[in-house]
Design a binder for this molecule. Structure first.
Ligand code: HEC
Ligand code: HEC
Length: 241
């Protein structure tokens, strides 16, 4: 399925100059620099996005992509782009999303062919569009008025809910042998050595812990908001060493 035709020509030029070395000419994560990075660059066509605020499973919020493009993912070697204007960032995000849409439609067609089911490219795109519908960002509630960070309580919550993967001290040395959706080895984040990659503001961390990271073992959680805030603050403490 051709996605290269999508996106404005400005966005495609910018993409080629500033993104393709890692993410590849067609956004499939296989640029020449891909092999030198601490994490594989996202294959926009075939992988879900991880740093999300949308609670709707595969749904993609354009604002999440824009935030990531602006901020970069420094721990993974993806640079920030403070020099880009709002329109440039938006058009890059739209180009990335167009690739996601085309890749998802292609995956649906391949699956249908395997199962011997009839599906036209138009139908595949329609299904992809409905799956990608974001439904908007999950609202981030304020901290309870009487909230105080309680180190002991936070440590106990972390031990009960997170340490199995992230390790008792948050060094990413819990369970071994996990893989991502693509079958590649993946480790829980080592907060102490490599910090927080996806933004450390309240809302970034709230979304990450509440919603998890699609395509990875990092789970969504149903624990009470108060406890999520304890963990948000605890993860920041761990990341400060
Ligand atoms: C030096 C390599 C590099 C460059 C240049 C780069 N990226 Fe990335 N990018 C990465 C890596 C590595 C990841 C995966 C990080 C991870 O899994 O935490 C990533 C992930 C992403 C994601 C996925 C975010 C998510 O929620 O999963 C988007 C979107 C993205 N990059 C867009 C861009 C755009 C647009 C550009 C150009 C302006 C760009 N990147 C330039 C390396 C790069
Ligand atoms: C089943 C294993 C597993 C459990 C349980 C788990 N995590 Fe994770 N977590 C991961 C993995 C794997 C990653 C890294 C994903 C990646 O590299 O893209 C991650 C990433 C994260 C991040 C992203 C940090 C960043 O760089 O932006 C945060 C925050 C986080 N976990 C917090 C928690 C908290 C808090 C808990 C407990 C409520 C928890 N995790 C439970 C596996 C887990």
């Amino acid at each position: 399925m051709q996605a290269a035709a999508e996106g404005t020509s400005d966005a495609r030029i910018l993409y080629r100059q500033q993104c393709a070395a890692c993410h590849g000419d067609q956004g499939t994560g296989d640029g020449p620099m891909a092999w030198w990075l601490p994490a594989p660059p996202r294959d926009f066509q075939h992988e879900p996005f991880r740093y999300i605020s949308s609670a709707s499973g595969a749904g993609v919020d354009l604002a999440d992509l824009e935030r990531t493009i602006r901020r970069g993912i420094l721990g993974a070697g993806m640079p920030a782009s403070p020099h880009l204007g709002d329109t440039e960032v938006q058009e890059l995000a739209e180009l990335v999303l167009a690739w996601r849409r085309a890749g998802m439609a292609q995956d649906l067609l391949d699956y249908a062919a395997e199962e011997d089911e009839e599906m036209s490219p138009e139908e595949a795109l329609e299904i992809a569009d409905s799956l990608l519908e974001s439904g908007g960002s999950l609202p981030v509630p304020p901290r309870p008025e009487d909230y105080v960070f309680d180190l002991d309580r936070a440590a106990a919550l972390f031990a009960a809910n997170c340490a199995a993967c992230h390790g008792a001290d948050g060094r990413g040395d819990g369970v071994r042998g996990m893989t991502d959706e693509q079958g590649r080895p993946i480790q829980a984040r080592d907060f102490v050595a490599t910090g927080i990659w996806g933004g450390r503001t309240d809302r970034d961390l709230y979304w990450r812990i509440r919603l998890g990271m699609p395509g990875t073992p990092m789970p969504a959680t149903e624990i009470a908001d108060e406890d999520v805030w304890q963990l948000v603050d605890y993860v920041r403490v761990l990341a400060q060493g």
